[in-house]
Design a protein around this ligand. Sequence first.
Ligand SMILES: [Zn+2]
Length: 186
Amino acid sequence: MKEIIINWQKVQYQIRNSNKAKNIKISINSDWELVLVLPKKWFFQSQKSLIKKWEEFMKQKWNWILKHIWKTNNFKLWDNYQDYLKNKEKALKLVSLKVRYWSEKMWVSYNKIFIKNQRTKWGSCSSKKNLNFNYKIIYLEVTEQEYLIVHELAHLKYMNHQKEFWDLVCNTLWSEKYRKYKIKIK
Ligand SMILES: [Zn+2]
């Protein structure tokens, strides 16, 4: 992937040499990436002069590129939303079972469980003792799911991440190994 800054915006693109193309053009490949197609007559030019020409060309096509970026982003959002709708119930079932199991072991009481579609958060709990979990929990390993649920349940007792909090999490999960799980959202 190459990168170019046009009008303050970073644009990523690929380059494809084409024997057929008569002129330089922009297209989109099956992965929704921008592709700059270069005609034969451009193959052997120096890198420096090529970059200048690309830049000029892409500036001319700026509106088209913007539209493409917008479409791709919406496409991804839409994809994620469909996935969320499809798996929301499944996530709620899974979380409910595990929350019931662990909350009894930990002697904590909770109010309601909500399944959300957040970009950067796996879970949270509110002062009303409601628990929120990201639907993407269904894509995690079982040990990661258990850790996530015990983590949020422990927040019903301790709102911070201090020693008592980790003691509760670790004692509940029997071993330290769970503490090492650092899960990052994709
Ligand atoms: Zn926490």
